[in-house]
Design a protein around this ligand. Structure first.
Ligand code: SF4
Ligand code: SF4
Length: 390
């Protein structure tokens, strides 16, 4: 069921995302890791990762993202980075900063690491620490300074939502003070923990518009010093995002246990067996596995996507979001205003905006993971306020 216009052989996994571990000292309620983390805790060995890097490079991978969880928790990170450098990858460490110190950054530099992106929850220490479930803000500030001191471009990432959008100005001032070169203001994507916490996280349209105006103001005033990326989230745009630039087109993710995924949220999709790098070569996974071919091209599309003028640029949107919100993985992404299910997005936005009580977050922590594994599902997408609350 591959592309109608593109042969599988011509597709290259240009971007390899190595999710080295799901362990993380933080507990962000918007984490995109799966809720049933424990089921995927058997991590690949160093040798397995080195083989994966070599196989992906042979298939044409050039960019390597090292993420998690917190990738710094892997003691062999420097070995993995060193091998990636030897193979010719451009390496990008995506970190919360926890586990970084001067010895570690110096060793990573020595190993050839190209790029470090440090995530913050907010500029305000109390808010940052509350959202992270961990006292981490002071350490993140130190790590940001180390990144600069070691000659890396300073890349800050802040996941945006109802609880920090009103602090856009302060967040950008912090980025300027840290001499950031790039700031990614990544609006929350509603998968994994973020979907469970959707009513806690969804902003109002007014909040988004105010934040966007501030981002544009800072872009105009400081754009020569710092690049600011702020994209209005798909829930509010009526347009689906071209998820992963199309299923199995340029992106390949490997989970800590070796499961290979065309998108890091795809573990939620039903009917996929999801091949493991423990059992198959990456070449077979990328070119031959039924799961990677399932949503390639256009032949899987239904109406309205199958005849839509925009299908070559949006690829029908996100398969995971389509399944999570409509129950059908091949449906149009309901974020699209042309989707017959678009109403579920409008209702979610309206419901969250109308809540007169403040939902408590479900933190990504051991207690909630073990509740999920025992099917006491912490999965709570919709919050109902008691009549007398708020
Ligand atoms: S989003 Fe937060 S909890 Fe999830 S991996 Fe990143 S730092 Fe850890
Ligand atoms: S109808 Fe389908 S192909 Fe067209 S814009 Fe919406 S999601 Fe994309």
């Amino acid at each position: 069921m591959q592309s109608d216009k593109t042969s599988v052989e011509s597709l290259r996994p240009l971007w390899l995302l190595a999710e080295l571990t799901y362990s993380c000292p933080l507990q962000c309620p918007y984490c995109s890791n799966p809720i049933r983390l424990g089921e995927r805790s058997r991590e690949l060995s160093t040798e397995d990762w080195l083989r994966v890097l070599a196989e992906a490079r042979k298939l044409g991978a050039v960019q390597l993202g090292l993420s998690g969880g917190e990738p710094l928790l892997r003691k062999d990170l420097e070995i993995i980075v060193g091998e990636a450098r030897r193979l010719g990858y451009y390496t990008n460490l995506l970190t919360s900063g926890m586990g970084m110190d001067e010895g570690r950054i110096s060793a990573l530099k020595e190993a050839g690491l190209d790029h470090i992106q440090v995530s913050f929850q907010a500029d305000d220490p109390d808010l940052n620490n509350r959202l992270a479930g961990t006292d981490s803000h002071r350490h993140k500030m130190e790590v940001a300074r180390l990144v600069k001191a070691y000659g890396y471009p300073m890349v800050l990432n802040v996941v945006m939502h109802r609880h920090n959008l009103d602090r856009m100005r302060e967040i950008l001032d912090m980025a300027l003070a840290l001499e950031a070169d790039y700031v990614e203001l990544a609006n929350t994507q509603y998968y994994g923990w973020a979907l469970a916490n959707r009513d806690y996280l969804l902003p109002t349209r007014d909040q988004l518009q105010r934040a966007e105006a501030v981002a544009h103001d800072y872009q105009a005033r400081y754009g020569d010093r710092m690049k600011i990326y702020f994209v209005v989230p798909d829930y509010f745009e009526g347009k689906p995002k071209p998820c992963m630039n199309g299923w199995g087109r340029i992106f390949l993710s490997v989970a800590p246990d070796g499961t290979a995924l065309p998108c890091h949220a795809a573990a939620d999709l039903p009917g996929l067996e999801l091949p493991s790098v423990r059992d198959h070569s990456l070449e077979w996974i990328w070119q031959k596995s039924p799961d990677f071919n399932q949503f390639r091209g256009e032949s899987w599309m239904q109406q309205p996507c199958s005849t839509c003028d925009e299908r070559a640029s949006c690829f029908g949107g996100c398969r995971c979001q389509a399944y999570l919100l409509t129950g059908e993985a091949a449906a149009a992404d309901p974020a699209c205003s042309k989707s017959p299910s678009h109403e579920v997005i409008l209702q979610a936005v309206e419901h969250a905006a109308g809540l007169h009580c403040a939902p408590e977050p479900i933190m990504r922590n051991r207690r909630n993971v073990s509740r999920a594994l025992q099917n006491e599902a912490p999965v709570r997408v919709r919050v109902e306020c008691a009549p007398d609350s708020g």
